[in-house]
Write a protein that binds this ligand. Structure first.
Ligand code: AHG
Ligand code: MN
Ligand code: MN
Length: 306
């Protein structure tokens, strides 16, 4: 966590002065996800790789921005952990001074061989030993779990240290806000559309409709639900049932955090942490947040509520 914190400080430092040092905009490349690469995607990725290659803590790294995992060569210091990460989450926000994040998932390599194989990285979310995120908002925060609750640390820029500011975070059982890209409404299956219509009925959140809160940064939107309750969804679409978000770098780690805080994360039909991972860059629909809100979404998606 110290090394993640260090990489986070370096990324936060770059983000704070990005408009001054020509690191906004795109690189001109397309990544393995088929998405345009921002200069800051690349910079954040390099920062995490550099910090962890030298840390002696990991034997392999996998990132949303790299097609194949990086295995540490023999003459490098190696450890028993595997780090999977989304170096910069919400990259459409880079050029408009909006929130961004980094998401990470930690696995333990238990094999006998010196190096893991790709299959050792492609594991169920329930096998994670730690997970969390850095949130580059009005403050920089490190929020993580090692399987014993969730704690949040705020970076005090004056002293350059993370200070425990949110001890034992718990997600309210039900919230009053939702986050979804409603622009995709007509791409969603009927059950998902009905759920969104239901959220907007006049009396569903204590005498009013649910409030819409969507930042374009999953970390920021999930952080909001973690502290205040509610539901974030990036559902499957009729022509793209797997959705957009990545299982190993986004859904699994955030699911572990939210479940450790008493919330829930689901594909709509299955707990995220039980989804069988079959490939590195696998996508998955994600519904995450307060447990009662996620259960309600599942009921609509599964056609149990009309
Ligand atoms: P990334 O920037 O790592 O590719 O992730 C973007 C994700 C997530 O942060 C956000 O919630 C969602 O994609 C936004 O997608 P839309 O623009 O389709 O709403
Ligand atoms: Mn992301
Ligand atoms: Mn990303």
């Amino acid at each position: 966590m110290t090394q993640i914190g260090l990489a986070g400080k370096m990324v936060a430092h770059d983000l704070r002065r990005a408009g001054l040092i020509n690191i906004l905009g795109t690189t001109g490349e397309t990544n393995v996800q088929g998405e345009t690469v921002k200069k800051l995607d690349e910079l954040a990725n390099e920062t995490f790789v550099r910090v962890f290659q030298l840390s002696g803590l990991v034997c392999a790294l996998a990132s949303e921005e790299i097609e194949k995992p990086l295995y540490l060569p023999e003459n490098w210091p190696r450890g028993k952990y595997i780090l999977l990460f989304d170096p910069l989450d919400g990259s459409s926000n880079t050029d408009v001074n909006m929130p961004l994040g980094t998401i990470f998932s930690v696995l333990r390599y238990r094999g006998q061989d010196k190096l893991p194989s790709e299959a050792d990285l492609i594991r169920r979310g329930s096998e994670q030993v730690a997970a969390g995120y850095l949130f580059y908002g009005s403050s920089t925060m490190l929020v993580f779990t090692v399987g014993q609750g969730v704690h949040g640390f705020t970076l005090d820029p004056g002293v350059g240290e993370y200070v425990l500011s949110h001890e034992r975070i718990t997600v309210p059982a039900k919230g009053k806000q939702y986050a979804a890209n409603d622009g995709n409404y007509h791409k969603w299956p009927a059950g998902t559309r009905r759920y969104l219509d239901w959220l907007k009925e006049s009396d569903k959140a204590g005498g009013r409709p649910y409030s819409a809160r969507y930042s374009g940064c999953l970390v920021g939107d999930v952080h909001r639900m973690l502290l205040g309750g509610g539901v974030y969804l990036y559902p499957g679409e009729t022509d793209k049932p797997e959705g957009k978000l990545r299982l190993l770098y986004e859904a699994n780690p955030l699911a572990m955090v939210v479940e450790q805080a008493g919330g829930r994360a689901s594909t709509g039909t299955q707990p995220i942490l039980e989804v069988e991972a079959t490939k590195l860059h696998q996508r998955v629909p994600l519904i995450i947040g307060s447990r009662e809100d996620v259960a309600q979404a599942e009921a609509f998606i599964q056609g149990r509520t009309i």
